[in-house]
Design a binder for this molecule. Structure first.
Ligand SMILES: NC(=O)c1ccc[n+]([C@@H]2O[C@H](COP(=O)([O-])OP(=O)(O)OC[C@H]3O[C@@H](n4cnc5c(N)ncnc54)[C@H](OP(=O)(O)O)[C@@H]3O)[C@@H](O)[C@H]2O)c1
Length: 291
C-alpha cells in the first residue's frame, strides 16, 4: 500500500505517541504542542495547508479534567475549536478526519452500556468541551470518524496506572473510589485499532464515517482497576471509598461503560477485554524498563 500523507496532532500524548510509531510507514507529519499549538486556529490552518494531508488524526486534547473547571476557555479552544478547524480544513482538502472523544459526554445515570445514540449530558467542563468538539465536527460536514473511548492509561504520560504503581511503591494502603464504573483502555490498543482502520484504506473509512464507541470490553470501578494493577502483592491494601470521600473540582459520571457493537459491526473487530489489555501493558512496561 502506498503510504498516506497524515497530519497527526498530540504526538507526545498517550495515544498520539503510540500512533506516531504505528503509522510510521506512512508519510506522517507528527505534531506536538511545540510544533502546533491547538489553541491557535491560524496555526492549525497553516499546518493543514502546508502538510496537505489525506488523513488527519487528532490525538491532541486538553485532558486535565479537574483543571478544565478553571480553564474553560483553554479546554474549549483545544477540544472544540481545534477539531472544528481541523474538520473545516479537512473538508476543504477532501481529507478524512479521525478524532477521539470521551465517555464523559454522558451524565453517568445509566446502568447499562451507553450506545452512540444515547442522550448526552456532560457533568464537567472537559465533557462539555469534548461534546462541543463532536458537534462542531459534525456541523462542518467533513468526513470524520469520531471514536469515543474511556479511562485511557499507558506506559507514559499522566494516568491512573502510573499513579497507582508510584503510590504502591511507598504506601501500605491506597484508598480508591469504588462507586464509579467504567472501562480502562490501554492507549496502545486504541492506537492499534486506529492503525488497523487506516490500513483498510480511505474509501473504506469514508463509507463508514460517523460516531463510534471504541473501548475494551468489560467494566470495573477505579477500585477494581487499582486492585488489578497491584495484583497479588501483599501490600498495599486497596481500600474502597466513595466519591463523596474523595472530592474533586470536576464531577465525574458514576457510570461510563460504552457499548461497542456499532464499531464491531462496521469494522469487524473488537478491542480485548480490559484485563487482558492491562496484563499486556504491564508486560510491555516491564520489557521497556528492562531495556
Ligand atoms: N486520558 C483519558 O483518560 C481519556 C479518556 C477518554 C477519552 N480520551 C480522549 O482520547 C484522546 C487521547 O487522549 P490521551 O489520553 O492520549 O491524552 P493525553 O495523553 O493528555 O495527550 C493529549 C496530548 O495533547 C496535547 N495538547 C494539549 N493541549 C495542547 C495544545 N494546546 N496544543 C497542542 N497539543 C496539546 C498534550 O500535550 P501536553 O502534554 O503538553 O499537555 C498531549 O500530548 C483525547 O481526545 C482524549 O480526550 C482520553
Amino acid at each position: 500500500m502506498a503510504g498516506l500523507r497524515i497530519l497527526l496532532t498530540g504526538a507526545q500524548g498517550q495515544v498520539g505517541h503510540e500512533l506516531a510509531w504505528l503509522l510510521r510507514a506512512h508519510d506522517v507529519v507528527a505534531t506536538d504542542r511545540a510544533a502546533l499549538d491547538l489553541t491557535d486556529a491560524d496555526a492549525i490552518v497553516a499546518a493543514m495547508r502546508a502538510a496537505r494531508p489525506q488523513l488527519v488524526v487528532n490525538a491532541g486534547a486538553y485532558t486535565a479534567v479537574d483543571l478544565a473547571e478553571r480553564e474553560r476557555d483553554r479546554a474549549f479552544a483545544v477540544n472544540a475549536r481545534a477539531p472544528q478547524v481541523l474538520a473545516e480544513e479537512a473538508k476543504r482538502a477532501g481529507a478524512l478526519l479521525v478524532h477521539y472523544s470521551t465517555d464523559y459526554v454522558f451524565d453517568g445515570a445509566a446502568s447499562s452500556p451507553y450506545t452512540e445514540d444515547a442522550p448526552t449530558g456532560p457533568l464537567n467542563v472537559y465533557g462539555e468541551s469534548k461534546l462541543e468538539g463532536e458537534r462542531a465536527i459534525a456541523a462542518t460536514g467533513a468526513r470524520a470518524l469520531v471514536l469515543r473511548t474511556s479511562w485511557v492509561y499507558g506506559t507514559r504520560g499522566k494516568n491512573f496506572l502510573l499513579t497507582i504503581l508510584r503510590l504502591a511503591a511507598d504506601r501500605d494502603e491506597l484508598r480508591i473510589v469504588a462507586d464509579q464504573t467504567g472501562t480502562p483502555n490501554w492507549s496502545r490498543t486504541l492506537a492499534q485499532a486506529t492503525a488497523a482502520l487506516v490500513a483498510r484504506g480511505l474509501p473504506f473509512l469514508a463509507e463508514r464515517a460517523g460516531l463510534y464507541h471504541l473501548s475494551s470490553t468489560g467494566a470495573t470501578t477505579w477500585h477494581g482497576f487499582a486492585t488489578a494493577i497491584v495484583g497479588d502483592a501483599a501490600r498495599p491494601r486497596v481500600v474502597p471509598i466513595t466519591t463523596a470521600e474523595y472530592p474533586t473540582p470536576a464531577r465525574r459520571p458514576a457510570y461510563g461503560v460504552l457499548a461497542t457493537e456499532r464499531f464491531r459491526a462496521a469494522f469487524g473487530f473488537a478491542l480485548p477485554p480490559w484485563r487482558d489489555a492491562l496484563a499486556a501493558c504491564l508486560a510491555a512496561r516491564a520489557a521497556e524498563r528492562a531495556d
